[in-house]
Design a protein around this ligand. Structure first.
Ligand SMILES: NC(=O)c1ccc[n+]([C@@H]2O[C@H](COP(=O)([O-])OP(=O)(O)OC[C@H]3O[C@@H](n4cnc5c(N)ncnc54)[C@H](O)[C@@H]3O)[C@@H](O)[C@H]2O)c1
Length: 284
């Protein structure tokens, strides 16, 4: 099955980015936000991003119009009824995602794949909320979705070969490199990345080096494009904390036990770029 229309829930950092990627790939997008104001903000953000690409001669004006015409911003979940694949990208919270999967199973066409963009949560638990556990898998994009080449396709014990093949073809149609991974917390990338990010937060908290020196060390010493504290700000500290909690819950490995400073910063609503302050201050 080729995915001609994709539904995306909700329009946060990842949902908005994935909507842009899919629309640019010629796929119709129905993007659901919970509030009209958020839906409007998402469309404004997409227009701004495309305008920049036109300015830089990466896109022509007629392509921009065609991309915008392919995106429909809605607030009613019922509008996802005729999508071939629905990818949820809501808050990294198992209870919220389970509730959403129950709703999506009721609303969506029988042939539709119900997919999750979760970074760490058990996809099988979402599959078992539905009457179609064979049509559920993970389709894990990376941040920022328009720039990052990778998508992890997560196969649960119940995902069918056809579902995995269809989801892989969708990721490839979006211009991404798809890798296959089984349903285990953190999949490939976050299982390897998060002990590193977590230990960077611990080093910072222990005063071993300054924020700028930790980031400069990993850029200059390992040739990484971003330092770990910059990257935590990009991912979002709330999302990072949830990812570490899920990894720690699954493996009980102390490297995954969240650095206390992450929890304190989330409590203080210093979530990184999305709240305009995290390890860095983006308000200036
Ligand atoms: N941030 C990253 O770097 C990154 C990368 C890959 C995958 N992910 C995953 O993508 C998902 C979304 O992350 P994000 O970074 O876009 O987060 P975000 O905080 O930017 O967006 C979350 C969205 O979910 C909505 N939301 C919150 N509670 C909800 C509920 N109960 N029902 C419906 N919508 C609800 C919010 O309004 C918001 O639009 C998570 O599962 C996360 O693990 C994040």
């Amino acid at each position: 099955m080729a995915v001609k229309r994709v539904g995306i829930v909700d329009s946060g950092i990842m949902g908005s980015g994935i909507a842009e990627v899919a629309a640019k790939a010629g796929i119709e997008v129905v993007l659901r936000s919970r509030a009209q104001s958020t839906a409007d903000a998402m469309l404004a953000g997409l227009e701004k991003s495309l305008a920049k690409q036109v300015e830089r001669a990466k896109l022509d004006a007629s392509e921009r119009d065609a991309v915008l015409a392919r995106v429909r911003a809605v607030t009613d979940l019922g509008e996802l009824a005729d999508c071939d694949l629905v990818l949820e990208s809501i808050v990294e919270d198992l209870a919220a995602k389970k509730h959403l999967f129950t709703e999506l199973d009721r609303i969506c066409a029988d042939h539709a794949i119900l997919a999750t963009n979760t970074s760490t949560l058990p996809v099988i638990e979402l599959a078992m909320e539905t009457g179609r556990p064979d049509r559920v898998c993970g389709v894990h994009f990376f941040n920022p979705a328009p720039m990052m080449a990778l998508v992890e396709i997560v196969r649960t014990i119940t995902s069918s070969d056809e579902t995995v093949a269809d989801a892989t073809a969708f990721a490839q149609a979006c211009g991404k490199n798809a890798v296959a991974v089984k349903d285990q917390a953190g999949f490939i990338v976050n299982a390897l990345l998060f002990p590193y990010l977590n230990n960077a937060a611990k080093l910072f908290d222990a005063g071993v080096a300054t924020r700028d020196d930790i980031d400069a060390a990993m850029k200059g010493g390992c040739n990484f494009p971003m330092g770990p504290l910059e990257l935590l700000d990009l991912v979002g500290l709330d999302t990072s904390l949830s990812i570490l909690e899920a990894l720690y819950g699954e493996f009980k490995d102390p490297n995954y036990a969240p650095a206390p400073i992450l929890r304190r910063m989330v409590s203080a609503e210093r979530l990184g770029r999305k709240s305009r302050v995290g390890f860095y201050d983006y308000r200036k």
